[in-house]
Design a protein around this ligand. Structure first.
Ligand code: SF4
Ligand code: SF4
Length: 207
């Protein structure tokens, strides 16, 4: 993920740790050493912690950071095909989420700048359908095709539908999403197991 090159975040943030080849972390094991010797104003976590070591690392980061931002679908909802039982927000407290696959660099930059200036950052509450209609796309559901836009949090400018693909929910559920109604809408389009599998991107909906 690349941040907006026109926004020089180094002016506002000093990067102390980074999981790159030149960082203090071990690229071979792909997991940083977990001894942190200082605290941080802010930590950004990408990816889904799937091993005990990664889970310990997430907990260590949480202990050392005032603010933790989970970035991307894997960190937010466990990604598309990953284990949903132990997603990052179920392991540690998350202060902010930048959802999506890929996450939107402008949204992350906006979050970082809002936090820097002490502003309140929040994600859009509207469904993808709202942006999709603004973009005057033909509705896939009306064409008897799969789309999870009605229950998915907007903010991506309905990019998938604009490009002829269905929304598969990568930004997670919008607030007050009507799961039951969505399942009913999908019944003429998909079988029950297909609906269950499609909706599983959102994790365990019975929780
Ligand atoms: S295509 Fe999908 S996102 Fe667009 S209006 Fe229809 S259901 Fe909503
Ligand atoms: S349209 Fe849906 S799947 Fe595509 S980026 Fe937006 S939220 Fe993700």
């Amino acid at each position: 993920m690349l941040l907006d090159p026109t926004l020089d975040l180094h002016t506002f943030y000093e990067i102390d740790y980074f999981t790159g080849k030149r960082g203090r972390f071990s690229p071979k094991r792909n997991v940083p050493e977990i001894e942190l010797d200082k605290n941080f104003d802010l930590a950004i976590i990408e990816g889904h912690p799937s091993t005990d070591r990664q889970i310990d690392l997430a907990k260590t980061i949480r202990r050392h950071a005032k603010i933790v931002i989970a970035v991307g679908s894997c960190a937010h909802i466990g990604g598309v095909y990953l284990n949903k039982e132990k997603t990052l927000p179920k392991i540690i407290r998350i202060d902010h989420i930048i959802p999506g696959c890929p996450p939107d660099q402008t949204e992350l930059a906006r979050c970082l700048m809002d936090l820097y200036w002490g502003e309140f950052f929040r994600l859009p509450d509207l469904a993808v359908c709202f942006e999709c209609r603004q973009n005057e796309n033909d509705c896939l559901i009306k064409m008897n095709k799969l789309c999870l836009g009605p229950i998915t949090r907007g903010g991506c400018n309905s990019i998938c539908i604009n490009n002829g693909e269905a929304c598969l929910g990568c930004r997670g559920l919008k607030p007050d999403a009507n799961i039951k109604k969505m399942s009913e809408i999908l019944k003429p389009i998909l079988s029950e197991p297909e609906i269950e599998k499609t909706m599983s991107i959102f994790g365990n909906l019975d929780e």
